[in-house]
Design a protein around this ligand. Structure first.
Ligand SMILES: [Zn+2]
Length: 82
């Protein structure tokens, strides 16, 4: 079965939601995942402007409950406080 970019995006979103905020220990919400996607878009555009491409870079998350920032990565490592 072919896997589309959208399938990968949705799987990654589900993966992010399986993680917990390192500040308040609560799982990430749709808001947090939407925020993270927007952050990634901005980062990729910025890297592109610098003539660089990035794979498997950091992924920033913002907790909806405590406003705490954390970093994970493309492999969904446990988020670290940012
Ligand atoms: Zn939190």
């Amino acid at each position: 079965m072919p896997v589309s970019a959208e399938d990968i995006r949705l799987a990654f979103r589900a993966g992010l939601k399986s993680l917990s905020c390192p500040h308040c220990e609560i799982g990430y919400s749709d808001y947090a995942v939407d925020w993270s996607e927007a952050w990634l878009h901005g980062r990729r555009d910025a890297m592109h402007d610098l003539g660089k491409e990035e794979r498997d870079g950091p992924v920033k998350l913002k907790c909806e409950l405590c406003d705490g920032f954390a970093f994970t990565d493309a492999f969904l490592s446990p988020p670290k406080k940012a």
